[in-house]
Design a protein around this ligand. Sequence first.
Ligand SMILES: Cc1ncc(COP(=O)(O)O)c(C=O)c1O
Length: 413
Amino acid sequence: MNVPLLDLHAQYEQIKPEVKTAIDVVLESQSFIMGSTVKRFEAEISNYCNAEHAFGCASGSDALLLALMAIDIKPGEYVITTPFTFFATAGAISRVGAIPVFADIEPNSFNIDPSEIEKILSGEHPVASRLGVDPKKVRAIIPVHLYGQMADMNPIMDLAKRYKLYVIEDAAQAIGSKYDGKQAGEFGDFGCFSFFPSKNLGAYGDGGLITVKDPDLAKKADILRTHGARPKYHNIYVGMNSRLDAMQAAILSVKLPYLNEWSEKRREAAEKYNLLFTESGYITDIPDCCTTCEALGKEPCDLPSNRLVLPKEQTGAPANNGKHIYHQYTIRVKNRDEIMKKLQKKSIGSAVYYPVPMHEQQCYAEIGFESHDFPKSVCAANQALSLPIYPEISEDQQEYVVSTLTKILSEYA
Ligand SMILES: Cc1ncc(COP(=O)(O)O)c(C=O)c1O
């Protein structure tokens, strides 16, 4: 049996005639940039996301950049985010000349820990203090809703209010997820979404979207994505060329009505994995060293080599009025890289999101971070392993993943 990490063919088969018709309509119109197809999709998605304003752009990375440009972040100012994310989150901060300040994660959810953010803002975070971060120069927080489960937004919004900071939600992996009854992107000043093909709502190329609360900032973000010009050729701002093209918008309009059903199927697949792994007896709780250790990697790590830690639904649990949309189903295992290779040999795809936390990236060496500055992120980067999940995954495939992985684990002492 072959179980890819993601099977886009299975989804395409389901919607092929609709997609082809939608592409044909765009081809017949010969209107490819902005225009009515993009406007229609923007209206549909603002309705879906409960957003006041929504603008398509070229990628999720650009959505983050547009948000930071709209609030006019200046060189030397700081933006707080998580070290355990895709590079685009931190990269956008640096590209506007600002400096990323990292707050470690809460290990069960892999998301930024609000109490770590508070330490930075109150001047009590040892790393931020060592690096000379002036809390008064912090302008914004970018929580990332990793793997499709939202960050703990209520305390984050409280802090933002108290310290007068913008909140830019990196919802690239979380379209349609919920926290306390509200959708991803509904909390912050901005919501940034990605339509990278592997995302839950994926285009057939790059694409992104920014949602904005404030009407003036919305107008600015809209202008910024078309070079900062309004009207054309009259540049109010130094903007960029970042638009969602009509072909991608047409494809996304076909897919959007299926999104909730697909998310439900992902949730069902996650539940099935949880059940099968629990029945296998190979699971364990996250060891204390991952939740409390203040030193890098605490050797030896207490996670037994023949056990795995299941993903935890926290903010995303229905009992908390939440919804985890399982963009990824991510477990923790000790001998992660070796296990990945063994799965590959058995034709099972898996992936590491992400192997190197932001503070350990070479491009940030000059900031002066040390590896042990964010031990929980380092630990997650060593242990996280994402298993195949997509709406069309079959029970047989899931059973094969579970039996193969538990057999691999059984070979460790
Ligand atoms: C957390 C996160 N932020 C930002 C991005 C950037 O999105 P894109 O690839 O559309 O630029 C991604 C997607 O890869 C992501 O996963």
